[in-house]
Design a protein around this ligand. Structure first.
Ligand code: ADP
Length: 400
């Protein structure tokens, strides 16, 4: 029998998310999460498809121990799904930053690892953790191919006019300072599903995908390729997010640092972790809390949502201009999939693009749906993202 099981790993600095996917039918056999690696209270949460959640609380000092625990859980007599590690054909790893080096997924080699390490200058929090995950797998699954799937790769098709910043050109030449964009696997998956749902070739479609989670970005996809996206050199640019500011006057950064006597690290921390709807609302970075506060008449919470919706709508409009047209605007990720109110508020700005919302159809959470009303000339849709499946498909494709 052909081995079709792919392990998908997403390593953060202190966490590890995993799925074991059977590519014979593209279903997740098991999924789980290791949290607080190297910190007190570390634990693994594992769930077999159709089974109960199992929690294992124990000391997990590093990623190698974490990957080892994942292997044990996958092979466990009660809640495991494989008899032996040899049933895993390959492992696919999410890697955040591939710089200009990677335009698609690749099999991991020593050269690939060195390049990922080089790109860590652009993503100091993410790339080192991604590499640690790859190396832990190499040790624990010797001989099993590892594939790196980059958040940035899908956006490498952006033209120069979209990715260059208007700053001294030498900064691009020396340090590769430019727009890269993130959430590429999600935008790619959602655009492909849009074409399938509409029953049209993707080459003929102009799509704007809105990935609205804790982090959020919008992508203009013309004929199946990314032509612009809202995140930049780092994930800070673009939309207002849970705790990130998104776009603002760069001069305000220097002004605030000077007034408040902040170091670059402190300023970076403020813009990434203490801003966004959290800062505007004064309530929370979680949209459920903000919507609850609105329902109780909290005006700042409503203002935070207004700023958030307006920014997304402006990006959709600018991307319709960039593509000279729009066939579909598509919502995905935590807020996009679960927030009918958010989708409706954003779409209320888009009537001039031919979008009209059918409120009944829009009353959906976490399911695929075209919620445009009759008479719309462009589609408004919700499509739950599946980044793990894209990683697994790319991995299988490279290991056949
Ligand atoms: P991440 O970027 O961490 O992957 P997700 O895509 O899981 O984020 O999105 C997380 C966000 O989704 C939460 O912060 C929350 O605001 C939002 N969210 C989740 N469920 C709901 C819901 N039922 N209604 C509104 N917002 C939700």
């Amino acid at each position: 029998m052909q081995i079709m099981k792919i392990l998908v790993l997403n390593c953060g600095s202190s966490s590890l998310k995993y799925q074991l996917i059977d590519m014979a039918n593209e279903t997740a056999l098991a999924k789980g999460l290791v949290e607080r690696i190297g910190i007190d209270g570390s634990r693994l949460e594992h769930k077999r498809d159709g089974g109960e959640k199992t929690q294992i609380v124990q000391d997990i000092p590093n990623h190698e121990v974490a990957v080892g625990l994942v292997m044990e859980a996958l092979q466990h007599a009660d809640y495991g799904v494989i008899k032996d590690v040899s049933e895993i054909k390959a492992a696919g790893h999410r890697v955040v930053h591939g710089g200009e080096h990677f335009t698609k997924s690749v099999i991991v080699t020593d050269v690939v690892k060195a390049t990922i390490s080089e790109c860590a200058a652009l993503a100091p929090l993410h790339n080192p953790a991604n590499l640690i995950g790859i190396e832990a797998c190499e040790k624990l699954m010797p001989g099993v191919p590892q594939v790196a799937v980059f958040d940035t790769a899908f956006h490498q098709t952006m033209p120069e006019k979209a990715y260059l910043y208007a700053i001294p050109y030498g900064l691009y030449e020396k340090y590769k300072v430019r727009k890269y964009g993130f959430h590429g696997t999600s935008h790619k998956y959602v655009a492909a599903r849009t074409a399938e749902m509409l029953g049209k070739p993707i080459e003929q479609l102009k799509i704007v995908t809105c990935h609205l989670g804790n982090g959020a970005s919008v992508c203009a996809i013309d004929g199946g390729v990314s032509v612009d996206t809202s995140m930049g050199l780092t994930p800070l640019e673009g939309l207002v997010m849970g705790t990130r500011s998104g776009d603002m006057d760069p001069a305000a950064v220097a002004f605030i640092m000077e007034k408040e006597g902040l170091t670059t690290k402190q300023m970076e921390n403020m813009l990434n972790k203490e801003s966004g709807v959290l800062a505007l609302s004064g309530v929370s970075s979680d949209f459920r809390d903000i919507e609850d506060a609105c329902a109780q008449g909290n005006e700042r919470a409503q203002m935070a949502l207004d700023v958030y919706h307006y920014r997304v709508a402006r990006y959709v409009g600018s991307y319709a201009a960039a593509m000279n047209g729009l066939d579909a605007v598509v919502f995905t990720a935590g807020v996009g999939e679960n927030g009918p109110e958010t989708r409706e508020a954003i779409c209320s700005y888009l009537g001039y693009l031919g979008i009209k919302v059918d409120n009944e159809k829009n009353a959906v959470r976490g399911k695929e749906r075209d919620f445009s009303a009759e008479g719309s000339t462009a589609h408004a849709m919700v499509i739950p993202t599946n980044e793990e499946l894209v990683i697994a498909r790319d991995t299988l494709g490279l290991c056949k």
